[in-house]
Design a protein around this ligand. Structure first.
Ligand SMILES: Nc1ncnc2c1ncn2[C@@H]1O[C@H](COP(=O)(O)OP(=O)(O)OP(=O)(O)O)[C@@H](O)[C@H]1O
Ligand SMILES: [Mg+2]
Length: 224
């Protein structure tokens, strides 16, 4: 099993409203590609933060690749994420003054792989596969378009060959044609590497690319 949640509850500290997330049981098998959708503010990004260990749940069990993340310290979760999970955030979180290759190198440096000599070639191969033009590889990422930054963020998420890719609205700034090209490319890479994908989007026309489509309200009985 790639992911298993059991009795997971979550509220932001200091938030006196009812639970934001309440997941009785949810599993995702290895190799599955799930599209999670739901209204703005429902808790989709928060769920992804729990799965990637950026946040810890208020109570419950979160197993990722057979490891209990809810029993780890923040530091252990950070290391676990660096080694096993590629993340593409809603606001990409690229280091704007570094170029694409160095942004990818930074993610690589944090993993247990350390700086392997081949990372630079792999970074450039990924940028090429994701159709980032060579002329853009060494420009500060602040000088790239949103669509280009999105593809750099995906390359960064894939550099450590993670078993799981977690992506938050990565197609929101692409037009229909670029979005379809991008998803075909991404799904090709994911299948080739046997990765598991958790992908959040409002855009239900993307459903055909996934093995499973779920509404957040069917996963979690929170207030949405
Ligand atoms: N750091 C935080 N502290 C307190 N509340 C937060 C924090 N981050 C998010 N929230 C609240 O939690 C709820 C869920 O937010 P979240 O970002 O998970 O929604 P979302 O489903 O991803 O929405 P969108 O589709 O707009 O990205 C919102 O009501 C939001 O205001
Ligand atoms: Mg969100």
């Amino acid at each position: 099993m790639a992911i298993e949640l059991r009795d997971v509850k979550f509220t932001f500290a200091g938030d006196s409203r009812e639970l934001l997330l309440n997941v009785p049981h949810w599993t995702l098998s290895k190799g599955e590609r799930v599209l999670i959708h739901g209204p703005s503010g429902a808790g989709k990004s928060t769920l992804l933060s729990l799965l990637s260990g950026l946040l810890s749940c208020t109570s419950g069990d979160i197993s990722v690749l057979g490891t209990r993340m809810d029993q780890m310290s923040l530091r252990q979760r950070d290391q676990f994420r660096a080694d096993n999970i590629g993340c593409v955030f809603q606001r990409f979180n690229l280091v704007s003054y570094l170029n694409a290759v160095d942004n990818i190198g930074l993610a690589h440096a944090f993993s247990a792989l350390g700086k392997t000599s081949g990372w630079r070639d792999e970074a450039m191969a990924l940028l090429g596969a994701l159709r980032v033009e060579q002329g853009d590889w060494f420009r500060p990422t602040s000088a790239l378009s949103m669509g280009q930054q999105q593809r750099v963020a995906i390359a960064r998420a894939l550099i450590n060959s993670p078993d799981i890719l977690i992506a938050d609205e990565p197609t929101s700034s692409l037009d229909a044609e670029n979005r379809d090209n991008f998803l075909s490319l991404l799904m090709g890479l994911i299948e080739e590497r046997g990765m598991t994908l958790v992908f959040v989007s409002h855009d239900m026309t993307l459903a055909k690319y996934f093995t499973r489509v779920e509404a957040l309200c069917d996963i979690s009985s929170g207030p949405h």
